[in-house]
Design a protein around this ligand. Structure first.
Ligand SMILES: C[S@@+](CC[C@H](N)C(=O)[O-])C[C@H]1O[C@@H](n2cnc3c(N)ncnc32)[C@H](O)[C@@H]1O
Length: 407
């Protein structure tokens, strides 16, 4: 069982960017891009590489099997026929969760119970001496999807979602997912020699993710994954992939040393607690020397720099503050940023009145989800700053075209 179907999930609209990212990691053949993710055939080392190295994906799943079912009996027999003993030993824990869409089997809780029972029966037949599965061993989260009467059963190899990079120790109000920040950075074409500012930085997500990306740091290097405890994924592979990731980051930093020497990121927020948290998180992530954080109201923001990029996720009027307050904030933001006519701006919000309040129509906007909330990334591309690395910038623009955004 050394090759199986691996699914790297991504939020709707991000699949093309994820494919491009996987191409850069060497996955160029046999990728299928579908709604919600990218699928390919791989083995244990690919589970380790995808979990450790992918920045914009959500989770890495491995398929156990797929079959059609319109009755509970078909669901039970189809599940029981799968080779569960190849994954689960007698101690394994196997909670079941899932979703059903446009299918006759629509009761998720019933499907959950039936799948669980079918796995237990299969294991009882294989491990004859075991009468009761205490489930005290490694966790194999079973994920099912039933779409148009086709059942797919997978195991979640990640555990915590890939957005967890290991540095977020304190919980903030309305934080952005690190994976969404990574997508915003990709779509912005930001390059490290360009000043990057987040005037509503909250816990610091965008800037910390930006600095880590610029340093070529593997996003999953400082955390653990569910499948690290699975015997199917040997510990030596984790050591090998982590070692390679560290070496690659060191080489990258050497190659980009001139650009990185100029890297400057600035984060502002009206809330002093948010600023202390952002500073703390940047330190934990090892990027504090690149980021200057300061408490500041957007109305007091000024810059004398000729070029720069603002990438931000201000209040939307839904999750914090109300609608009109958010619009007033966008007006202030529009006025304060108006003199910076050679800068680029990238603003993520779900507020439908953003462009009107900001006072400018975006060059482009791209649909992105912040959790379940549908948002738009309003993109205002300024003139190009003097180039250090034309190839790198053009590569970024090619990535943007993959995003499938609409304007
Ligand atoms: C949606 S949160 C940003 C979350 C951030 N991206 C993160 O991941 O933690 C919006 C932030 O805007 C800040 N804010 C609200 N009004 C502000 C103002 N007038 N000037 C500067 N920051 C403000 C809030 O304190 C909050 O931290």
């Amino acid at each position: 069982m050394n090759s199986y179907k691996i699914i790297v999930t991504a939020p709707s609209g991000v699949e093309g960017l994820l494919r491009k990212e996987m191409n850069r990691l060497g996955y160029t053949e046999g990728l299928t891009v579908g709604k919600g993710g990218v699928t390919f055939s791989g083995g244990p080392v690919d589970l380790v590489r995808c979990n450790t190295l992918i920045r914009q994906g959500e989770r890495v799943l491995v398929e156990v099997g797929s079959f059609p079912a319109v009755t509970f009996e078909e669901l039970f027999q189809g599940t029981k026929a799968l080779p569960w003993e190849e994954w689960l030993d007698a101690e394994a824990a196997f909670p079941v969760a899932g979703k059903s869409l446009k299918s006759q089997l629509f009761s998720v809780s019933d499907c959950q119970a039936i799948i669980k029972k079918a796995i237990v029966q299969r294991l009882q037949e294989k491990y004859k001496k075991v009468t009761w599965f205490a489930e005290t061993g490694p966790v194999y989260q079973v994920e099912f999807r039933i779409t148009q009467d086709q059942v797919t059963i997978m195991l979640d190899t990640s555990g915590d979602g890939l957005h967890k990079r290991g540095w977020r120790k304190l919980s903030a109000q309305a934080p952005l997912k690190e994976t969404t920040a990574a997508v915003m950075l990709t779509l912005s074409n930001w390059r490290p020699h360009q000043l990057l500012i987040d005037p509503f930085c909250g816990s610091g997500t965008i800037l910390i993710e930006g600095a880590l990306k610029a340093l070529g740091a593997a996003p999953g290097l400082n955390r653990s994954f569910a499948c690290e405890k699975w015997p199917q994924v040997p510990a030596a592979l984790w050591r090998q992939v982590r070692e390679e990731a560290r070496e690659n980051a060191a080489l990258w930093q050497q190659e980009k040393s001139a650009e990185l020497a100029e890297m400057r990121l600035e984060g502002y927020d009206i809330d002093a607690n948010a600023i202390s948290m952002a500073r703390y998180h940047a330190k934990l992530a090892g990027v504090d020397k690149y980021i200057h954080f300061q408490q500041r109201d957007i109305k007091d923001f000024r810059s004398s720099k000729k070029y720069g990029a603002v990438i931000t996720n201000p209040v939307y009027g839904q999750r914090m503050g109300d609608d009109q307050e958010a619009a007033a904030l966008y007006r202030t933001m529009g006025q304060v940023l108006a003199p910076l006519d050679t800068w680029s701006f990238y603003v993520l919000t779900s507020h439908p009145g953003f462009e009107e309040a900001f006072g400018r129509k975006a060059t482009k906007n791209t649909k992105l989800y912040n959790g379940r909330l549908e948002c738009r990334l309003y993109q205002y591309h300024g003139p190009r700053p003097p180039r250090r690395d034309r190839a790198a910038e053009e590569e970024g623009q090619a990535e943007e075209k993959q995003a499938g955004g609409d304007s």
